[in-house]
Design a protein. Structure first.
Length: 124
């Protein structure tokens, strides 16, 4: 089941990104841009570009937010911080693969202990 906390965080994170991404369009090209992001089309007569973008984004269901996020990520025009924030939210709601105890025991000796200083890890 999808957590509403993750979806509201994803919606917040995508709000500015979607608006910025779509604002470079004209009324003639906006519906095609909506289709690329899996967002509903809004007729040209229904307001300004900004109003059409806001209406379309508001109509995106919580279940479809992941499609919009993945489409935006695929375009690759995000800053690292924004991209990482969106990816973190997408990954947090997905089921991570299990790691067996045996694999954890085998990896543990090669990882630095949490209490070690940065010098002993080679970061100083």
């Amino acid at each position: 089941m999808v957590s509403s906390r993750y979806r509201s965080g994803l919606r917040q994170q995508l709000d500015a990104v979607v608006s910025r991404h779509l604002s470079g369009n004209t009324h003639a090209t906006l519906n095609a841009a909506f289709a690329e992001l899996a967002m509903p089309e809004i007729p040209k007569e229904e307001g300004s570009l900004r109003e059409r973008i806001e209406r379309s984004y508001a109509q995106v269901s919580d279940n479809d937010l992941t499609h919009v996020a993945q489409s935006i990520l695929a375009r690759g025009s995000l800053t690292a911080a924004t991209r990482n924030g969106i990816q973190d939210l997408l990954w947090a709601e997905s089921s991570p693969p299990g790691i067996s105890k045996r694999v954890r025991r085998e990896l543990a000796p090669s990882l630095p202990a949490l209490g070690e200083t940065s010098r002993s890890v080679g970061l100083a």
